[in-house]
Design a protein around this ligand. Structure first.
Ligand code: 7TS
Length: 399
């Protein structure tokens, strides 16, 4: 059996999405910016796709949704643009990000820090959550931007972006949220709270890879990151990824349609699976379920290296993760586990299971069986497990 439980890394492209994209490779391949019938064939479908994307996040017509190549680009764009417009010009000197942002935010923050910007990295608490008060405490009259993700990709923790947005509005500070792991998991409505910029990426919600977006509120448009042929209203040049945009539109529409299923059926499947995992001795989950998206579990098995567990799972056809795939080439411990101050042993034992609307009960039943066998095998040969009983070093409650 092959079981895919790494949906926070990427998802299967929904066949309906692929079907909508298919005509735009060989049959309808005109450059939408050209002045002939080949180009004209793309205009209607592109417009429909953009309408679906706007509708999916409740963006008003007057705001901008700019298509990018991925969330990494959208995140880079926000921070670099703020650097050029506010920091380099001396108007402001400071930004705030959480310490558990995706590397596309953290590495960009470090880059602009190396160029002279002051950066505050907000800590998370022992539940893996951000305290909005910490945002208020760190804002100064020189703060240009706060960038805090909506949902953490490792734990699934839903951060209090509504409260953070309100604090930013009060202090007239720009607010960006990386909503990559929120779309299709929880309702996303840019009109329901104060947010200036919002990042998303199609391949996280059953769309194609290589296409994402950045929402920008009217009047808060950023300087272009890519200068050139004036596509996307001059905000992001480059010939449009026609098939990609059409695919993302369909995927967004389906993500919204499937939201109820995700929040009920998938949540129930996840909860049952998690209950079964927690029956295994010396297992730890940081973020309470009620504060998480319905599809994610980050769990530690004391005494078992995450990579060893992944190996056993992979041998049985199961795909999970020890953390962000972006960092999987180096054997670093999980960044969230480090941020909550887990001891070194435990920080290396975290495994992320992330479900999707394609996940089935049979797959979960098979997986729990394999996990139990893997735990037994790996603890029997673990040198650290015998010396580290029941969570006494980490201060985390054992389940
Ligand atoms: N932001 C978040 C919150 C993410 O989870 C990811 C990918 C990205 C940005 C980057 O998206 P992309 O469109 O540039 O690919 N996260 C992960 C992950 O958790 N495991 O692999 C990739």
């Amino acid at each position: 059996m092959r079981v895919y439980l790494d949906n926070n890394a990427t998802t299967i492209v929904d066949p309906h999405v692929k079907a909508e994209m298919d005509p735009f490779f060989v049959e309808k391949y005109g450059n939408p910016n050209s002045l002939h019938a080949f180009a004209g064939e793309t205009h209607g479908p592109l417009k429909t796709a953009m309408e679906k994307i706007y509708a999916g996040i409740h963006a008003p017509k007057e705001d901008s949704v700019v298509i990018t190549s991925c969330a990494t680009e959208s995140n880079n764009w926000v921070l670099k643009s703020v650097y050029f417009e506010y920091i380099l010009t001396g108007r402001k000197n400071h930004i705030i990000v959480s310490e558990v942002e995706h590397p596309s935010v953290i590495a960009t923050a470090k880059f602009i820090e190396s160029q002279g910007c002051r950066v505050t990295y907000l800590p998370i608490n022992s539940e893996g959550m951000i305290d909005p008060q910490s945002v208020r405490d760190n804002i100064t009259n020189k703060t240009a931007l706060v960038s805090v993700m909506w949902v953490n990709n490792e734990t699934g923790a839903i951060f209090p972006v509504q409260e953070i947005g309100a604090i930013c509005e009060e202090h007239k500070v720009l607010f960006h949220t990386d909503a990559v792991q929120a779309i299709g998991k929880i309702p996303v409505d840019v009109q329901s709270f104060n947010v200036d910029y919002l990042t998303f990426s199609a391949h996280k919600f059953h769309g194609p890879k290589g296409v994402g977006g950045l929402y920008m509120k009217k009047g808060k448009e950023l300087m272009p990151l890519l200068h050139g042929g004036a596509q996307m209203g001059g905000l992001r040049s480059g010939t449009l990824n026609v098939a990609g945009i059409i695919g993302m539109g369909k995927a967004m529409e389906q993500a919204v349609d499937a939201l109820d299923y995700e929040m009920t059926e998938i949540r129930e499947m996840r909860d049952q699976f998690e209950d079964q995992l927690l029956e295994i001795k010396d297992t730890f989950v940081i973020t309470p379920r009620a504060k998480r998206t319905p599809n994610t579990i980050l769990i530690s098995f004391r005494g078992i290296e995450g990579e060893a567990m992944l190996w056993d799972l992979n041998q049985a056809g199961i795909a999970a993760s020890t953390g962000s795939a972006c960092a999987s080439e180096d054997l670093e411990s999980n960044p969230v586990m480090e941020a909550i101050g887990a001891d070194a042993d435990l920080a290396h034992t975290a495994i992320r299971f992330s479900l999707s609307r394609y996940t089935t009960q049979d797959e979960m039943d098979y997986t729990i069986d394999i996990v139990r066998k893997a735990v037994e095998r790996l603890r029997a040969i673990s040198s650290s497990y015998a010396y580290a009983p029941a969570g006494h070093k980490s201060g985390l409650a054992a389940h």
